[in-house]
Design a protein around this ligand. Structure first.
Ligand SMILES: *Cc1c(COP(=O)(O)O)cnc(C)c1O
Length: 409
């Protein structure tokens, strides 16, 4: 067996399909984000503006967060030194979980290494807790949910994206006595569209199913206290399990679920992905807790308003140029280029010629023919950055001879 040749084959497959990923090496500068330095492969450097990050509110450089992290490092050191069960539960972890439970109006919360792990560990464990569980999963759910559902060995049904009739059909076709769970998202990250939370909760009531909502692209950004779309719509109490990240709008790292005390206790006790791994560093927990607390308050309200304003300005200006953006009313602004070659070319030229960093998004992350540039405007992108982006896109769109929409009258 020539192991190296096998690796080369596997990598070549990705090259052949145009799916080989290259990472752009950037160094963020505290206090200056979205400005950063791009370190080219040849060692040279260029200043860039990041337009595709998930630090949606700039909390990664908020002094409140950084101070909390520094204080915790000074007080307690670097790592937690253990799993949650064996010496790795600290006052910082407890405080963070209390902050999260309060954010979502739940009795309890559990912190994981990431939201990916939280989804995977929870969804793969639920059939152990509810024997015979059937999981109904939106077809566009994130890879971490798909992976957890796939691995759990239980029954699954995939419903067409946001299609309530299809979901009802699937629910109705199964044994009314079987335990059921509906897994979906509040904001889908690639199109920026919303899941029909209320309607899905209604169906869950009708068919006596549990609900599992991934609010990763909404926590910190929606709702009066940053509790997500379910908070905004007054629906948090209708969801059995809410999943979120501490790494995107909260600007730090880690993931969690919030649920009833019994649910959290059971997942805590049974999920290998929670049990057999070192808990997050206390400083990370401290930073995340500070970020959540900050975003619950007046500062958060202002940032959320500024965030939506920035997204609306960008959408309006791109529409004004006739560029085909998808506007689903959220903060995510996808510009559909429509083929992988041009998407990559646009992204490369933006970076090289304009110092604008926006990563191309290709198949299989999005369907073929909808390859796109996904912009994430934030309150830290100023008017100059916005002007520069608009000029660059206008020029490059013409340069690549891409189609524009008919100007609306
Ligand atoms: C990014 C993402 C996750 C994973 O979050 P991490 O904390 O980065 O692991 C989960 N769900 C969705 C929808 C995501 O986009």
């Amino acid at each position: 067996m020539d192991y190296t040749a096998k690796l080369e084959e596997a990598l070549q497959r990705l090259h052949n399909e145009g799916r080989y990923r290259t990472f752009i090496d950037i160094e963020r500068k505290r206090g200056q984000y979205p400005h950063a330095t791009w370190k080219r492969p040849d060692g040279s450097e260029q200043p860039v503006t990041v337009w595709c990050g998930n630090d949606y509110l700039g909390m990664g450089q908020n002094p409140v967060v950084i101070d909390a992290m520094k204080e915790a490092v000074d007080a307690t050191g670097a790592g937690s030194g253990g799993t949650r069960n064996i010496s790795g539960t600290t006052v910082y972890h407890k405080r963070l979980e209390a902050e999260l439970a309060d954010l979502h109006g739940k009795e309890s919360a559990l912190v994981f290494s990431s939201a990916y792990i939280a989804n995977d560990a929870t969804l793969s464990t639920l059939p152990t807790l509810f024997p015979g569980l059937i999981i109904y999963s939106d077809e566009l759910n994130h890879a971490s949910m798909i992976e957890g559902i796939r691995r759990n060995g239980g029954a699954k049904r995939i419903f067409r994206h946001n299609d309530l009739d299809h979901l009802r059909e699937l629910l109705a076709a199964d044994d009314p006595a079987a335990p059921k769970l509906i897994a979906f998202e509040s904001v889908y990250s690639m199109d920026g569209d919303f899941g029909p939370i209320k309607e899905i909760c209604d169906l869950a009531d009708e068919f006596n199913a549990l609900t599992y909502l991934d609010e990763v692209h909404a926590v910190g950004m929606y709702g009066p206290r940053g509790g997500g779309v379910a908070e905004r719509d007054g629906l948090m109490d209708r969801l059995d399990i809410i999943n979120g990240t501490l790494g995107k709008a909260f600007g730090v790292f880690g993931g969690y679920i919030a649920a009833s005390e019994k649910m959290c206790d059971a997942v805590r006790s049974y999920a290998p992905g929670f049990i057999f791994t070192t808990s997050i560093p206390p400083a990370v927990a401290a930073g995340a807790a500070a970020s959540i607390a900050f975003l619950k308050g007046e500062g958060g309200v202002k940032l959320r308003e500024a965030h939506q304003t920035q997204a609306n300005i960008l959408k309006l200006r791109l529409k004004g140029l006739g560029l085909p953006i998808t506007d689903n009313g959220s903060h995510i602004v996808p510009l559909i280029v429509g083929d992988p070659k041009h998407t990559k070319l646009m992204s490369d030229m933006m970076l090289e010629n304009y110092g604008i960093y926006v990563q191309p998004v290709n198949y299989p992350t999005v369907p073929r023919g909808t390859e796109r540039l996904r912009f994430t405007p934030s309150p830290v992108h100023g008017p100059n950055e916005m002007d520069h982006l608009i000029k660059a896109l206008d020029a490059l769109w013409s340069h690549c001879a891409l189609n524009r929409a008919e100007m609306a009258g």
